[in-house]
Design a protein around this ligand. Sequence first.
Ligand SMILES: C[S@@+](CC[C@H](N)C(=O)[O-])C[C@H]1O[C@@H](n2cnc3c(N)ncnc32)[C@H](O)[C@@H]1O
Length: 277
Amino acid sequence: MSGFSPEWLALREPVDRRSRNAAVARSLSSYLETETSISVVDLGSGTGANLRATAPLLPQRQHWTLFDYDADLLTVAKRELAAWADNCALSANGAVLKKSGRHITVEFRTVDLARELDSVFGFKPDLVTASAFFDLVSAEFIQRLAMAAARYHAIFYTVLTYNGAQHWMPRLAGDDGMISAFNRHQTIDKGFGPAAGPEAPGHLADEFWRVGYRVVEGESPWELASADRSLTEQLAAGMAAAVAETNTIDPRVIADWVASARTDASVGHIDTLALPA
Ligand SMILES: C[S@@+](CC[C@H](N)C(=O)[O-])C[C@H]1O[C@@H](n2cnc3c(N)ncnc32)[C@H](O)[C@@H]1O
């Protein structure tokens, strides 16, 4: 298992979906307006949330390859995509879906992207996409990805990359210290080398600009209110566990922080679209 449970991914999916930047999404759709088919690779696909949210922006015939190193998450992805589709035929390694007039074929690949990035481009993607993935990877991985995408003239679209900004309501004296410690924890190696963490959106924009792409960015913050209490509580618990691992904040301060009731929270993300020249 990757440490990302299907339950956590299910909890965040509707919030991720409503948080996506609509202007960036429209730029992708209009770029593809005259196309009738597209080949897509989804990096760190988890249970397939990115496919479910991105498919409506894309041409009628779509072929997706979902990459994740967690085979259990890909098994859940297959089940959830089948439930999401209007019609579905499953095979050992894939699925054929009909959804809102779109014809979508899907392949599932268990791959460690830290080691096997090249295999992604073997699928000759027109579009490389990901959701909530790029803060896990290193600046060096982002550079390699941008160079490979440029070689294949692939479009790049990623959503919900954490940018380090957080606001909790009501505010507590301990917030700033907790957020800084959490952001430092975000840079710990997740298998790709030192993680870009909150710097990932900046690296994405720089590296795609460097290979001659036009970059379109927009904010996609989670705006969490009382209806999102389960997600807010799990987010706070996850932050507390991460901060505890840094050994930089008194455990009693962490315990008080996580036990304090909050009404609202905002967590900053950026969506990035990079278009070949
Ligand atoms: C935050 S989750 C996002 C999942 C999904 N994209 C979504 O939006 O719900 C990050 C995903 O990246 C995957 N992942 C992390 N490191 C990976 C690696 N080295 N190779 C392949 N997948 C990886 C995890 O298994 C997990 O599914």
